[in-house]
Design a protein around this ligand. Structure first.
Ligand code: GDP
Ligand code: MG
Length: 295
């Protein structure tokens, strides 16, 4: 008789090491939005993967931040901390080419939890000489009692299967916790809002994405086409102008890119309307965050 295993695997690490990319790659679907800009992931995302003898529930977390003042960052810290308590296995991800002070801070947080931790050294495709990995592994062995250390490249899908195997080995015995056909705990509306936010980030410069959030206001399925309206919330008139762009071209591009991805997600034709509305200082106010559903 085979033993069935199930449990939560949290992927943690500073922004930009490749956590969301890993989740999407393992699940073969876009569950968590990714970008070269830090702080893209704002929510805790669950991704569920089934194996013949196991179910892994991945938790993708926003990067942890310390010393930041704004409410959004407090929110991110809060969930990053609770994830450490909920997980059965923790995957601590770092970038093989760039180990920084922030990584040390995450590692310091890990010293407080009594859970098995796998060190995933990502982006090894960027190393000119693969032998550079060895001293890196040696260095980390001294820093923490990792259950495993796995060098990998999520982008080139090197060693990701090995990572899954090690995770399963560390999970407790138990039945599947979610139905087999469920890939995420997030609603369709949420996924659509996240796709729009991803395009917003792609099409705009620095500052902006942080001050924006997207709310799907209407989702109406007609026979041939699904009508979706979404509001892009910004803090200031200036941000609205930036998103709209010259002669409305940027907003049009965001809409087109988002529509394509949403059509792929729901496998139907989509008519997408985007509105931009101003809500002053919402990132600064816990109240405003709550009113937008950031519980
Ligand atoms: P997160 O903030 O940790 O969730 O990081 P993301 O998943 O958003 O990834 C940040 C950036 O790193 C993106 O531009 C990814 O394409 C890139 N990236 C992720 N994994 C790899 C990898 O294995 N190799 C390389 N070269 N880039 C990667
Ligand atoms: Mg992310």
């Amino acid at each position: 008789m085979t033993i069935h295993k199930s449990g939560y695997a949290a992927i943690i690490g500073r922004p930009n090491v490749g956590k969301s990319t890993l989740l999407n790659s393992l699940l073969g679907e876009k569950i968590s939005i990714t970008s070269p800009k830090p702080q893209t992931t704002r929510w805790q995302i669950l991704g569920i993967k089934n194996f013949p003898d196991a179910q892994i529930i991945f938790i993708d977390t926003p990067g942890m931040h310390t010393g930041e003042k704004r409410a959004m960052n407090r929110y991110m810290n809060r969930i990053a901390n609770s994830v450490l308590l909920d997980a059965d296995v923790i995957i601590f991800m770092i970038d093989a080419t760039n180990f920084r002070h922030e990584d040390e801070m995450v590692l310091a947080k890990l010293q407080q939890v009594e859970k098995p931790v796998i060190l995933a050294i990502n982006k090894i495709d960027l190393l000119e000489n693969k032998a550079e990995i060895l001293p890196l592994i040696e260095k980390f062995k001294d820093k923490f009692a990792f259950a495993h250390i796995i060098p990998l490249s999520v982008l080139e899908e090197q060693n990701t299967e090995a990572l899954e195997k090690e995770i399963i080995a560390l999970l407790p015995e138990g039945p599947a916790l979610f139905p087999e056909d469920q890939v995420t705990d997030k609603s369709l509306r949420f996924q659509i809002a996240e796709i729009i936010r991803e395009k917003l980030i792609q099409c705009t410069e620095e500052e902006l994405p942080y001050a924006t959030t997207v709310e799907v206001e209407q989702f109406k399925e007609n026979e041939k086409i699904t009508e979706i309206s979404a509001i892009i919330w910004v803090e200031r008139q200036g941000q609205k102008v930036i998103i709209i762009g010259k002669k409305g071209e940027r907003l049009k591009k965001i809409g087109t890119l988002a529509r394509r991805d949403i059509e792929r997600l729901i496998d139907k034709k989509v008519f997408l309307r985007l509105w931009i509305k101003i809500k002053e200082n919402w990132t600064d106010s816990e109240q405003a965050l709550k009113s937008l559903g950031y519980e």
